[in-house]
Write a protein that binds this ligand. Structure first.
Ligand code: GLV
Ligand code: GLV
Length: 325
C-alpha cells in the first residue's frame, strides 16, 4: 500500500519522525498558521492519510476532495470538526488522541479553578500596574475550594480525572452523565444527579462533555439562574457548550462568582464584553499544551496513520464500524 501523508500543521518531531520513517511521502503545511479552506482542500487531494487539527473542518466537501484517503487522524481528543457519519459512509477511518491528554487537561481545569477562585490574574495585573498599596483585610477576597462541592458535567475520562484530583481537597463530588461512573462513586462517594441539582448544589461546575447537538448551549441563561452566586464555572471542553452571551450577563451581574475558560463559542473570537470582565480567566485553548502531552499526541496520531496504512486497526479508531478486520 502506498503511504502518502499530509500533516495540516507542524506537530512535535517524535510523531513526524515516525511518519517519515515508515511512509513514502510526508508533506506538511509550511506556514505558522492554519491552512485556509482553499489550501486545505487542495493539500489533502491524493493522500492516503491526513493528520488534522481541531481547527480543520473535515466535512463532506473535504472528504470528497480527499477521495481515496484511508484515515483522518485528528490531533485532539475531540473530533467535532469532522463529519463522522460522512467519513463512515465513505469507509474512511477517523482517529483521535484519547488517554494521553486526560491528566493534562484535568490539570488545566484545576489551574483555571485556582486562578479564578483566588483571583490570581487580577492580582498579577495589580502588581504589574503598581496598584498594590500594601496588605489589606479586604483585598481580592476569593472563594475557598477545600470542603466544597465539585460538580462534574460529563464524567468521561477527563471529568473523572478532574474529580479524582479533588481528593486532596476533601470535596463532595456530584456528577451528571448518562452513564453511571462506578469508580467515581466507589473512590469518592460521588453522587450521580440531574443537571439542575448539580447546578444548584455545586460550588464549582466543571464542563467535560463532548460537543454534540445535545450539548450545545447546555449552560444557558436558565442554567446560570440555578447556580449559586458564589459558584465558579470552568470550561475545558468545547466553547459552544456555554451560551457565551448568557455567560457575559451572568458574570457582569454577579449571578456567579467567576469563570475560567480554555475554549470559546466562536473560537478564536470572544463574545464582546468578555474581555473587559475581571471575574473571568481566559486561556487560549491550551489544555493539552505541555511538552510531554503534545509529544504523546503526535506519536499516537502517527501510530493511528501507520496502522491504517499497514491494514491494521488504528489504536484509537473512533468510527469502529469501519473496521472490518
Ligand atoms: C483539544 O481541545 C482536544 O480535543 O484535544
Ligand atoms: C475525553 O477524553 C473524555 O472522555 O473526557
Amino acid at each position: 500500500m502506498s503511504k502518502n501523508v499530509y500533516v495540516t500543521r507542524l506537530i512535535p518531531d517524535h510523531g513526524l519522525d515516525l511518519l517519515k520513517k515508515f511512509c513514502d511521502k510526508v508533506d506538511m503545511n509550511p506556514h505558522d498558521r492554519p491552512l485556509t479552506r482553499r489550501e486545505l482542500l487542495k493539500a489533502i487531494q491524493g493522500r492516503d492519510a491526513v493528520l488534522t487539527q481541531l481547527v480543520d473542518k473535515i466535512d463532506s466537501e473535504a472528504l470528497a476532495a480527499a477521495r481515496g484517503v484511508k484515515i483522518i487522524a485528528n490531533y485532539a481528543v475531540g473530533f467535532d470538526n469532522i463529519d463522522l457519519p460522512a467519513a463512515t459512509a465513505q469507509g474512511v477511518f477517523v482517529s483521535n488522541t484519547p488517554g494521553v491528554l486526560t491528566d493534562t487537561t484535568a490539570e488545566m481545569a484545576w489551574s483555571l479553578l485556582f486562578s479564578v477562585s483566588r483571583r490570581i490574574v487580577e492580582g498579577d495585573k495589580m502588581m504589574r500596574d503598581g496598584e498594590f498599596k500594601g496588605w489589606a483585610p479586604l483585598l481580592l477576597l476569593g472563594q475557598d475550594i477545600s470542603n466544597k462541592t465539585l460538580g462534574i458535567v460529563g464524567a468521561g475520562r477527563i471529568g473523572t480525572a478532574m474529580a479524582m484530583m479533588s481528593k486532596g481537597f476533601n470535596m463532595r463530588v456530584l456528577y451528571w452523565d448518562k452513564m453511571k461512573n462506578e469508580s467515581l462513586e466507589k473512590e469518592l462517594g460521588a453522587r450521580q444527579v440531574n443537571l439542575d441539582t448539580l447546578l444548584q448544589e455545586s460550588d464549582v461546575v466543571s464542563l467535560h462533555v463532548n460537543m454534540t447537538g445535545e450539548t450545545r448551549h447546555l449552560i444557558d441563561k436558565e442554567q446560570f439562574e440555578r447556580m449559586k452566586p458564589t459558584a465558579v464555572l470552568i470550561n475545558t471542553s468545547r466553547g459552544p457548550v456555554i451560551n457565551e452571551k448568557a455567560l457575559v450577563e451572568a458574570l457582569k451581574s454577579g449571578r456567579i462568582f467567576g469563570a475560567g475558560l480554555d475554549v470559546y463559542e466562536k473560537e478564536p473570537s470572544l463574545t464582546p464584553g468578555l474581555e473587559r470582565l475581571p471575574n473571568v480567566v481566559l486561556a487560549p485553548h491550551i489544555a493539552s499544551a505541555t511538552v510531554e502531552t503534545r509529544t504523546k499526541m503526535a506519536i499516537l496520531a502517527a501510530e493511528n496513520i501507520l496502522a491504517a496504512l499497514q491494514g491494521k486497526r488504528p489504536p484509537s479508531l473512533v468510527n469502529t464500524e469501519v473496521w472490518k478486520g
